[in-house]
Design a binder for this molecule. Structure first.
Ligand SMILES: Cc1cc2nc3c(=O)[nH]c(=O)nc-3n(C[C@H](O)[C@H](O)[C@H](O)COP(=O)(O)OP(=O)(O)OC[C@H]3O[C@@H](n4cnc5c(N)ncnc54)[C@H](O)[C@@H]3O)c2cc1C
Length: 357
């Protein structure tokens, strides 16, 4: 191990992946999470090919593939009419599909790998505060029994990041006013269970993805999602029901002296495109590499422009599919007519969803 010592606040997918990438570079780190255990509820389901590629040197891709299920196609519907099929396996890549795996399982795999490698991972330990050392030579971190002096502090502590706030980093952007609904519900119906479905209606959009067996994830920007299921659907038990607000926000910078922020602490956007967790894992790979190369301060320069473009593009997709304004509604009504240009747009859309843009 080199002499560098890193502290990571937050053991979600971004923090855990950072710890593993640092460990692979021979760099010592401590990672804490305020929660006592990995959440049973799952936000992200889609693990993209770029992430699967990044996890290869950690020898974790095989485990992800074994525990997940591949999804080769995403269908775009307008009301009950199928407009377009996006064949993900047209992409030239060794993993030409999205892997469906609950975020709970993804975190479990990453967390188990940390423990196996002897990384200092501690649950039930909140990060409290930090103080920059004189001459910016490191940072003193207050986190109960794990407090101490570190070379760098990485905030992987999610949307409400304390690290980001204490570093004085602003989030630029806005929050959407309307609430999104989410259901994990048992369904019996005719939709192809191995494919993804984006169902567009004049008033918004609903994403339907099967999690396991007959359990489906529904998420959409209107309240009566359950009244808009395909004809003949039989509903079973609701396993999880939630409501959330989506944001379109990007940190004004990714580093401040010896502090960096990654994942949801640095960028927030809608689940359209399935990029959030995947982007966080890409951030983790980049920041670990830069720390290894003694280029921590280049993280902002190297990564922020790409992140900003990506977040902006997700916002355009979200506005088109699920925006509330008159122009979004107008666009959606034109979908049956403009479907003829989809084949031209799809190669780019495919690359984007799969993290290969
Ligand atoms: C409905 C929905 C569907 C989604 N689908 C996808 C998808 O298919 N694909 C995809 O890539 N993304 C998806 N996302 C986004 C994805 O869930 C997030 O982008 C991802 O969780 C971000 O990971 P993170 O590690 O940066 O942050 P988080 O997952 O929020 O983890 C932050 C961690 O920090 C801890 N923490 C917070 N404060 C402190 C503190 N003071 N001290 C110590 N620990 C602290 C928290 O307990 C938490 O464990 C989806 C999101 C939603 C809401």
């Amino acid at each position: 191990m080199t002499k560098k010592k890193i502290f990571i606040a937050g053991a979600g997918p971004s923090g855990l992946a950072t710890a593993l990438f640092l460990n692979q570079q021979g760099i010592d780190c401590t990672i804490v999470d305020k929660k006592n255990d990995i959440s049973l509820y799952s936000k992200a389901l889609g693990v993209n090919p770029r992430t699967l590629e990044l996890l290869e040197p950690l020898h974790l891709t095989k485990t992800f593939l074994e525990r997940g299920r591949r999804m080769d196609r995403i269908n775009l519907w307008y009301n009950d009419t199928l407009l377009f099929v996006n064949n993900l396996n047209r992409i030239k890549h060794k993993y030409p599909f999205m892997l469906m795996l609950s975020q709970h399982e993804s975190e479990q795999i990453l967390s188990e790998a940390c423990l196996k490698k002897g990384i200092n991972l501690h649950y039930g330990v909140p990060f409290e505060s930090f103080k920059m050392e004189a001459n910016s030579k490191g940072v003193y971190v207050d986190a109960g029994n794990h407090s101490g002096k570190f070379d760098f502090l990485i905030g992987a502590d999610g949307a409400g990041s304390k690290v980001r706030d204490q570093a004085g980093i602003e989030m630029d952007g806005f929050s959407y006013s309307n609430e999104w609904k989410l259901y994990d519900i048992e369904l019996e119906m005719d939709l192809n269970a191995d494919e993804g479905h984006i169902r567009i209606f004049p008033k918004g959009a609903m994403i339907m993805l099967r999690i396991t067996e007959n359990l489906w994830r529904l998420a959409g920007n209107f309240h009566d999602l359950l009244d808009h299921l395909p004809n003949g659907t039989q509903m079973g038990q609701i396993k999880w029901e939630s409501a959330f607000h989506i944001h379109h926000k990007m940190a004004s910078k990714l580093t401040a002296e010896s502090v960096g922020i990654i994942g949801d602490a640095a960028h927030l956007h809608s689940p359209v495109g399935a990029r959030g967790m995947n982007l966080g894992i890409e951030d983790a790979f980049t920041i670990a590499q830069l720390i290894h190369d003694d280029r921590f301060h280049d993280f902002d320069k190297i990564r922020r422009t790409y992140l900003k473009k990506t977040v902006n593009r997700i916002n355009t997709m979200t506005m088109t599919l699920a925006g509330n304004g008159a122009s979004s509604r107008f666009m959606r009504r034109q979908l049956p007519w403009i479907k003829y240009v989809f084949p031209l747009l799809m190669p780019q859309a495919r690359k984007f969803i799969m993290g290969l843009n």
